[in-house]
Write a protein that binds this ligand. Sequence first.
Ligand SMILES: C[S@@+](CC[C@H](N)C(=O)[O-])C[C@H]1O[C@@H](n2cnc3c(N)ncnc32)[C@H](O)[C@@H]1O
Length: 419
Amino acid sequence: MSTDSTARARLVADLVQEGRVRSPRVRAALEEVPRHLFLPELDPVTAYADEAVPIKSDGGVTVSSVSQPSMVAIMLEQLDVAAGHHVLEIGAGAGWNAGLLAHLVGPDGAVTTVDIDADLVAGARANLDAAGLDGVVTVTADGAVGHPPSAPYDRIELTVGSTGIRPEWVAQLAPGGRLLLPLTVRGSQLSIAFTRTEAGRLTSTSVRSCAFVRLRGAGAAPGAEEAVLPGGGWTVQAAVPQVDPATLRSLERAVREPGTDRPSPAPGSVSDLWDGLGLWCALADPAVVRLFGPAGPGPAAALFPVAGARAGLGLTGDDGCAVLLAEPAATIRAFGPGGDAAADRFAALVDGWLAAGSPHAADLRIDAVVPGVAGDAARGSAGNTGAGPAGDGAIIDSAGTRLTVSWASGGTAPSRDTA
Ligand SMILES: C[S@@+](CC[C@H](N)C(=O)[O-])C[C@H]1O[C@@H](n2cnc3c(N)ncnc32)[C@H](O)[C@@H]1O
């Protein structure tokens, strides 16, 4: 076996063992489509590390990458592609996932992949040709409007993050079709597989946590959910489109000053914290933020170690805030005059999550009503557009979709401000 084949076989075996790959069809696609041909600048063995590889940046920000194999596998399982399907991918990148899709649909199916950047599409085309996958149609276009010429599609997969569900994507689904996209819900990016139940209604069949670069063009988010603390170094990721200056001042205090500690029940592993408690808190209380600090010693060292950086959950209140620390183990630290009240709210959220059985993203169910789809059951019923409270516990995304989020453990996600 050649070096690249050995590295590929090892990667796939690991993905199977970790439960990322579940079906023989996805396994065969990953075994037979050579990822290293989509990363010609890397040596073949490096191309089989389970890591995303940035391939294009703009102003220091990554705008395209070859996705992480484990995430690609998770999403292909969510997508459930059958032989003969017509599939649209939005976000071609270097073309690797399009090649995997082509393998899955086989000779009787069709794959169209679009990317907003012509240079990326040219690269994807060349890579697909080098891999002998000439059945994929590559298109330079803004995927915000889908790709009407080849619609309808049995499957539409975005491999780029969106803050909203565009009606064009729903309208271009065939009956019984499935839309899979990384969608930001209250600041958390979730890979959600939706099936269409009526013209403008979707229901999730599978939800996972994910992290993708953001959609550019007409579907780009109107506002940023990220801000850097005034002192620099720390990034705040919030559930709302704009982080207000008072919140930033409050959090700045939290990462610089001593606070008052109180013990908290142990939330468990980093994945429990992030995909579980963090998601629970963000859905329950839009004042919850994620804090990402610089790696290394200093105040940051007391927070959760995530992906080489330091990170934590914060909750701001009137003139104070509370931060959940990993070290000392499971501690809620309160800052400022209003810190105790924020810490009480935080403690109640942790108790609620534990009482619900410590659910994760996979335990979520999300129903969506998408306005503006032709023959639309939802027309006029989601008149509230823009981010923010919907008045009935629903979350309104940036495209005006009304999302209703509930945990499998029962009931609608607890919500303190959406009533
Ligand atoms: C994470 S990369 C895609 C990864 C790729 N599918 C793979 O096989 O690894 C996301 C891609 O989405 C593209 N993109 C961003 N905004 C877009 C838009 N509005 N329409 C189409 N593609 C877009 C980016 O240029 C980037 O190449």
